[in-house]
Design a protein around this ligand. Sequence first.
Ligand SMILES: CC(C)(COP(=O)(O)OP(=O)(O)OC[C@H]1O[C@@H](n2cnc3c(N)ncnc32)[C@H](O)[C@@H]1OP(=O)(O)O)[C@@H](O)C(=O)NCCC(=O)NCCS
Length: 157
Amino acid sequence: MGGIRIRRYDHLRDQRKFAALNFATFRDSIPQDEFVDEAEFKQHHAWLLRHFAPHDPRKNTVFVAEFDEKYAGHCWLGQQTDFFTRRVDPWIFDLSVYPEFRGRGVAKALHATAVQFLQDAGFKRLGLQVMAHNADAAGLYDKLGYEPRSVSLKKLL
Ligand SMILES: CC(C)(COP(=O)(O)OP(=O)(O)OC[C@H]1O[C@@H](n2cnc3c(N)ncnc32)[C@H](O)[C@@H]1OP(=O)(O)O)[C@@H](O)C(=O)NCCC(=O)NCCS
């Protein structure tokens, strides 16, 4: 059967596709004027995956989208402690779709599954961070009903 299918992440089967797409999204999140060396970032990314452990169901839940039975994208849900309230809210660490599968509703389907999962578990809020230069993501998150809560600023010295 074709079309979009959402399932839970299976580490043995999905780790390479997950890591490659997550790497690209995280690397592209870095503003161009804050360039980091690709090899250095690879090492850092390997550390991020070990430290934040998307494969560890005690800390994270990852949904995978298949399109026509191919790995098309994923939604990595974790938790973030709020700096001010100390409340721990569910957090989207990565919602990404491989370029060849974009524009077909894959991100929307992943997000709908994640929201249902969290609502069923009784959560009332869901947060994420998006980089200011990421117009695709801004369009998506606006459509999905997110509102800015804080703005982080930087200036060149
Ligand atoms: C952002 C991203 C996840 C969207 O995935 P997608 O599967 O193409 O998105 P969908 O097809 O489900 O689109 C959902 C909605 O998002 C919006 N959207 C998606 N891509 C957009 C774009 N390039 N520009 C503006 N709005 C966009 C649209 O409003 C769309 O709704 P519509 O089709 O009803 O108009 C994808 O472009 C991506 O993986 N980008 C790189 C990774 C990334 O930046 N992730 C977010 C940060 S964690």
